[in-house]
Ligand binder design. Structure first.
Ligand SMILES: Cc1ncc(COP(=O)(O)O)c(C=O)c1O
Length: 384
């Protein structure tokens, strides 16, 4: 394995520029922030829990959920007392109406769909499907803030729509929800979020300065290892899925900085970056993400690789911090029954595509991927 040299470090997450405190707040409020009933909690999983409680979903009720999921959304539903029934996805990562129909029983009350990586599902179709069966539709737009479908914001079709604001902008936290009956605003005490904001500032510097990038690349795995070991010592094996206190509000600094970060060009810039990566790495992209639909607001750029862990290490030594996407499902998933979801979990690597990436950053990503593949692919287009 090549030793990392002085290299800027590029993460999936948008960073926080140090001058953000002096920027003027934007007047633009995209959906759902422009809705009176919008509520913001610290995390989207807390938003899910509160919205389900408010709509009276409980122990008598079953919800149809996808086998391909993050895990924290499933934990939130289970913590809300709802029974989970898994469905598989088709080749296009969409639910199959026939399979869903077969899963129905009198106690099914809701269908949960996920707009994967900011690519919109046909939420209008699923709303009608739910209405015809007297079901609630929950749209998980955790990765799809600013995405639209048929000219309408994703999350606006369902009875509940939820979003992770911090996945699109470099704030420490913020999980928004819009619902036909708005849940109560979070009643807990807000943290300042200063330490988490500081880390996002460090990410900003590391994406621009090779010396800091190198230190960052070397320290980050240590910090991750330390956090994991600490939680394991305390018997917390599924910490990444935990609900926490559902009444936790977003950090003060998140709400202070969000209006300064909101920008009408964000979705366009993500789409532009996605197109660039698609041009150079398109043959590695899984089918459902191989073309960019109108209205998508990509959260990350997915590629399929055979030795994902080894690949990620090679990528990291070239300054690109990818992510083995959703490696671990929620423990309640009978993994063997859902082979498509297992395949995706083991082979899909997510790369940065966010709005702050420069042309040089994008070229660095393309070169890093080509080099990490061991220059095996002779036919790659030269980076231009
Ligand atoms: C599809 C999906 N839903 C829900 C969540 C939960 O978001 P949070 O971590 O803000 O609770 C995530 C988190 O990554 C996610 O990917």
């Amino acid at each position: 394995m090549r030793k990392p040299s002085l290299t800027r470090s590029l993460l999936i997450w948008p960073t926080l520029p140090p001058n953000i405190y002096f920027r003027r707040a934007s007047n633009w409020r995209p959906f759902p922030l422009n809705q009176d009933g919008c509520r913001i909690y610290s995390l989207a999983r807390q938003a899910i829990w509160n919205a389900c409680k408010t709509l009276d979903l409980g122990t008598e009720d079953v919800i149809l959920v996808p086998a391909y999921h993050h895990g924290s959304e499933i934990e939130a539903l289970i913590e809300a007392g709802i029974q989970i029934r898994y469905y598989d996805l088709n080749e296009a990562l969409e639910p199959d109406p026939e399979e869903l129909q077969n899963l129905l029983s009198p106690n099914v009350r809701a269908l949960y769909i996920i707009h994967y990586l900011g690519f919109p599902q046909d939420a209008g179709f699923w709303r009608q499907w739910c209405d015809e069966r007297n079901l609630l539709l929950i749209e998980d737009a955790a990765q799809a803030f600013l995405a639209t479908r048929d000219g309408l914001p994703v999350g606006s079709f369902g009875h509940i729509g939820l979003f992770c604001l911090y996945k699109t902008y470099g704030i420490p936290d913020g999980g928004a929800v819009i619902s036909t009956v708005p849940p109560p605003p979070p009643a807990g005490a807000a943290q300042t979020g200063m330490w988490r904001a500081f880390k996002r500032h460090v990410n900003w510097v590391a994406a621009r300065r090779g010396e800091i990038g190198l230190v960052h690349l070397m320290l980050k795995p240590l910090v991750t290892w330390w956090n994991r070991s600490w939680h394991r010592l305390r018997g917390q094996y599924t910490i990444e899925f935990e609900l926490g206190d559902p009444s936790t509000p977003p950090a003060t600094i998140s709400m202070h900085l969000l209006p300064k970060l909101l920008d009408e060009s964000t979705a366009d810039r993500r789409r532009e970056n996605y197109r660039f990566l698609l041009k150079h790495l398109g043959d590695m992209v899984p089918g459902p993400f191989a073309s960019l639909p109108e209205g998508a607001c990509p959260f990350a750029f997915p590629i399929e690789v055979s030795h994902a862990r080894e690949f990620l290490l090679r990528l990291r030594s070239r300054g690109v911090v990818g992510l083995l996407f959703w490696l671990n499902p929620h423990p309640s998933l009978p993994v063997a029954d859902f082979p498509r979801s297992r395949e995706l979990r083991e082979g899909v690597v997510a790369l940065p595509v966010h709005q702050e990436l420069t042309q040089n950053d994008l070229k660095q990503i393309v070169s890093a991927v080509h080099e990490a593949c061991g220059n095996l692919r002779a036919t790659v287009t030269s980076v231009g």
